[in-house]
Design a protein around this ligand. Structure first.
Ligand code: FES
Length: 178
């Protein structure tokens, strides 16, 4: 004989509980998804980190002390250099679209063009042998150290190696793909 006091296995209360839980889970996932995509965006299609070969117009071993040569990232495909370090407005991993290869006291350095104050492009002052920023007056020695503020940090380095062509260097960069 059947037990008339036994509870049904799946009551309306159970159904409503599961339904509410599903609804809340869906709401939370829907709300979190855009935040997660914002925090960890997928890399755009076509982006690729690579060494970018740029011409410096003369063999590296013929650079004289005080020489500073500007170079630009390739535009076809659209590319950028990746800063190796930095302070102020610059930081390791930030992008630069131009740079300078400089020889001072027998040492060759390659710098990103971005002023460490607020990121404007510095320009070579050939008379004063300095890099000057047109935005707020910061100036840098050719070795990248600050000569005059408001910049408080030196120029960012770009990581580079000599290319197989003696008049070119390979600089760490990224193909942006757009
Ligand atoms: S951005 Fe160069 S001095 Fe301000």
């Amino acid at each position: 004989m059947a037990d008339s006091t036994a509870q049904p296995r799946f009551t309306r209360r159970t159904f409503l509980g599961w339904w509410m839980a599903s609804l809340m889970t869906a709401t939370v996932v829907t709300g979190l998804a855009p935040i997660l995509v914002f925090l960890w965006p997928a890399p755009p299609k076509g982006q690729k980190k690579t060494a970018l070969t740029v011409s410096i117009g003369k063999p590296l071993d013929q650079l004289a002390d005080g020489d500073a040569i500007k170079f630009d990232a390739p535009t076809s495909p659209n590319s950028a250099f990746i800063m190796a370090d930095g302070g102020g407005d610059n930081a390791a991993g930030e992008l630069a679209f131009s740079g300078f290869v400089v020889k001072t006291q027998g040492k060759v350095d390659v710098f990103a063009i971005n002023c460490s104050h607020l990121g404007c492009s510095i320009a070579l002052n050939t008379d004063a042998k300095s890099f000057d920023c047109p935005c707020h007056g910061s100036r840098y020695h050719l070795d990248g150290t600050v000569l005059h503020g408001p910049a408080a940090y030196p120029l960012s380095h770009l990581k580079w190696t000599q290319a197989s062509d003696p008049t070119a260097i390979d600089v760490d960069g990224i193909i942006l793909g757009f």
